[in-house]
Design a protein. Sequence first.
Length: 153
Amino acid sequence: MPRVHSHCIDRRQAAADAFADRRDTAMSLIDAGLPPMAKFPTMKETLMMPALRPIYLILAIWGAVHPMYYFLQWFGETGFDLGGMVVAWHANAASSGLVWDLTIAAIALTVFVVAESVARRNWAGLVAIPATFCIGVSCGLPLYLFLRSRPGL
């Protein structure tokens, strides 16, 4: 029989407990005649969430810093002119297409964040909305995934 380390057993037990709690919550909603609001993760998904959190956080930081580097360069060359930046975003059809792509993605992300925050009662996830519109989708989406994958939710 393979040797199992005690920390592995503790982690598996914690994941099993979290899974059972979520299953019980879903069953109580069904018993009350209400449909469960969200698909509850499987045990495998519950074990994977802690491993993905640092990746989401790194992507959120990268999504804030990398685009900001280019924005600050642009502001350094042209001054703080937001109107000029919007004009530059629409300099040609390719950049206009990208602006609309990101705008629609930001709106879709906002609708999803609001719906999920209400369903899960995870109000901290709403921080992703200003991050999306003030910094960008490249920061807002991984930030929301980081906040949503917090243990205990």
